[in-house]
Design a protein around this ligand. Sequence first.
Ligand SMILES: [Zn+2]
Length: 169
Amino acid sequence: MRQTLVLNASYEPLSTVSLRRAVVLVIQHKADVEHEHPALRMRAAAVDLPVPQVIRLRRYVKVPFRQRAPWSRRGVLVRDRHRCAYCGRRATTIDHVLPRSQGGRDTWLNTVAACAEDNHRKAARTPAEAGMRLLSEPFEPSPADALLLAVGGQAEVTLPEWLALPRAA
Ligand SMILES: [Zn+2]
């Protein structure tokens, strides 16, 4: 997959993201194209976009990309794409896998998105104690996820279907 370099508004290199994510940041007016591919372009009915090799954020973001993304409730929901870790339905709450009453902390590896119903059902118990199973293990967000969290809060971005990305040249 082709990678695009992301510069902060201050021109400091932050991270690389997939071309798809880079294009979405440009379409959403979160970033401008600094360097484009000399030959390739993306064309669709009413759109003609350069293939960005380097983009620069319009707004300066303060995120320690080379370290860990700071934990936040919103970040957990975004990381888990608003899907409940126990049933896969839409999640609006955060569950501590090891409950806070048992010493569980606010960390990426101890928190998951959960629907209100499952959160209520699990209560102050571990998944084992509650007889519930995690569909997937919590994880640290990647630097690219952290960047997108800081920029727009969308870890999962979708490109309009009509916009076809060129194959790597
Ligand atoms: Zn659920």
